[in-house]
Design a protein around this ligand. Structure first.
Ligand code: ARG
Length: 257
């Protein structure tokens, strides 16, 4: 018995350190607590952003609707986008909903729910360009750190430089200030940003890639993944999803494959 206790006292902290067996809250634990913990960023309009002091957006409303289907209260954790994967692995919340596009690299360390929307990365720049991938030759592009836009930008041939920013608002400001020649972000974020800044002289250009966006959760938390997926199906069935999508985008942005 004592040997076992001593063994466990070594093995458990070690497995925590190594990120070994999943420490994420199991569904039963979440359910009996009555509250699910969700992370988002708050700087990615119209998906997750602040309207004055209020955290809002398509993904914020969608997660609230999902929690309601699960019979749970939802508690928000606002976490910088580039810190979310690491924070998830440290169990600081049960899942994140912050427009994570599926990538094989991310899938090595976290699990993805079924996609809650389909979208793509788009170039934005001054009216006289560069507005196409080809015209980015020799140019500098601004992107948010740790995003699929950063990955995509780094693959563009002939690009002079990729500058990374904490968030898209900062990348957009850099573009306006001519610190970068172009900005790559989500096509809906570009649209929302340009709609709010009609006098910026910035316009949307070519699409660079497409992606499927999902909530992310700790690896091997299958029951929670099933519950989130089920609730997503339910909000899609009962019209909640469509109403939210129409509210924020005036169209249905679900993945119709
Ligand atoms: N869709 C992009 C990606 O997967 C960007 C997501 C950025 N999300 C955010 N909340 N700022 O990397």
């Amino acid at each position: 018995m004592r040997f076992l206790a001593r063994l466990l006292s070594v093995v458990i902290p070690l497995s925590l350190m190594l990120g070994g067996p999943s420490q994420a809250r199991e569904w039963e634990v979440i359910k009996s607590s009555g509250t699910i913990l969700a992370a988002t960023e708050g700087g990615f309009q119209p998906f997750n952003y602040y309207d004055g002091p209020k955290l809002t957006g398509f993904e914020v409303d969608l997660a609230e609707a999902i929690a309601k289907k699960l019979g749970l209260k939802l508690e928000w954790k606002v976490v910088a986008f580039d810190a979310q994967l690491a924070a998830l692995k440290q169990d600081r919340f049960d899942f994140a909903i912050a427009s994570h596009g599926y990538t094989e690299e991310r899938a090595k360390s976290v699990d993805f729910a079924n996609p809650h929307y389909c979208t793509g990365g788009q170039i934005a720049a001054a009216k006289d360009g560069p507005l196409t991938v080809a015209s980015l030759n020799g140019k500098t592009v601004g992107v948010q750190l740790a995003t699929t836009y950063a990955d995509a930008a780094r693959k563009i041939k002939g690009l002079k430089n990729v500058k990374t920013y904490k968030g898209d608002p900062e990348a957009f400001s850099a573009l306006r200030a001519k610190k970068v020649d172009a900005w790559i972000s989500d096509k809906f974020t570009v649209k929302a940003t340009l709609d709010k800044n009609p006098d910026a002289g910035i316009t949307a250009g070519e699409m660079v890639f497409v992606e499927r966006v999902s909530m992310i959760l700790r690896k091997n938390n299958k029951e929670l993944a099933d519950k989130l997926n089920q609730a997503l199906v339910e909000v899609m069935k009962d019209g909640t999803y469509k109403a939210l999508s129409e509210k924020y985008f005036k169209e249905d942005i679900s993945c119709r494959s």
